[in-house]
Design a protein around this ligand. Structure first.
Ligand code: G3P
Length: 217
């Protein structure tokens, strides 16, 4: 399973990329706004740190302007993935861009039918938002299971990029189902490393080692 981080905070990206666990980055207009940086500079900066796919979202709502924005974003770096919303214009843009060899991430997916449309439009990634579905009392993980079943039935190449992840359990559940990618906030990626028994066991080892008075170096 690939791990992407869902942030536009360049310091967090640098810090976590150094762990070797970051296969890509996803951003959205809200995260970009929070960064306070110029969007094009921000995308260039992220692409220079992470060689894997970096999702940069168009902000137009019509196909023609989306295509113009995508052309600007694609010039920034080879690993830019154009993120488009799951709307008729977004999917029209997805089809045109993927036919032209661009990576496309279709975002704001909340139903299996929407995911089917994105795959037919040639998306490289579909982003179902599990946390936001859980928030309204639907099951985000049921959506992931349904999309995987549909994609496997038809041999679609679109990768399921589980988004709106809120906890390590979302990551583990998605991995158990065989989802291709999980994009998560930096705090969730950090949580994946933790277990109280690891801390407890390490402390005991270190205490015992200190008693020997030895040093490996
Ligand atoms: O970037 C898309 C998605 O991961 C957003 O998550 O937490 O705002 O629902 P969230």
């Amino acid at each position: 399973m690939k791990f992407f981080i869902d942030t536009a905070d360049i310091n967090e990206i640098k810090d976590l990329a150094a762990t070797g666990m970051v296969d890509g980055v996803t951003t959205n207009p809200s995260l970009a706004a929070k960064s306070g940086k110029k969007f094009l500079d921000l995308v260039a900066e992220i692409c220079a740190v992470v060689p894997g796919p970096v999702s940069a979202e168009v902000t137009a709502l019509d196909h023609e302007t989306m295509m113009k924005e995508a052309a600007v974003l694609r010039k920034i770096a080879k690993n830019v993935t154009i993120k488009v919303p799951l709307t008729p214009d977004g999917l029209k843009t997805c089809k045109a861009l993927s036919d032209d060899g661009a990576m496309v991430n279709v975002t704001l997916c909340f139903s299996p039918a929407q995911a089917l449309l994105a795959a037919k439009a040639g998306a490289s990634f579909i982003s179902p938002f599990v946390g936001r579905l859980d928030d309204i009392g639907s099951s985000g993980m049921d959506l992931i299971a349904d999309i995987l079943t549909i994609y496997e039935s038809y041999d679609f190449n679109t990768e399921v990029l589980v988004a709106s992840i809120r906890s390590p359990m979302h990551v583990v559940d998605a991995a158990k189902m065989g989802a291709h990618v999980a994009t998560m906030p930096p705090s969730t990626l950090r949580q994946l490393f933790n277990h109280p028994l690891t801390d407890k066991g390490l402390k005991a080892f270190m205490d015992d080692w200190a008693k020997t008075g030895q040093s490996i170096l």
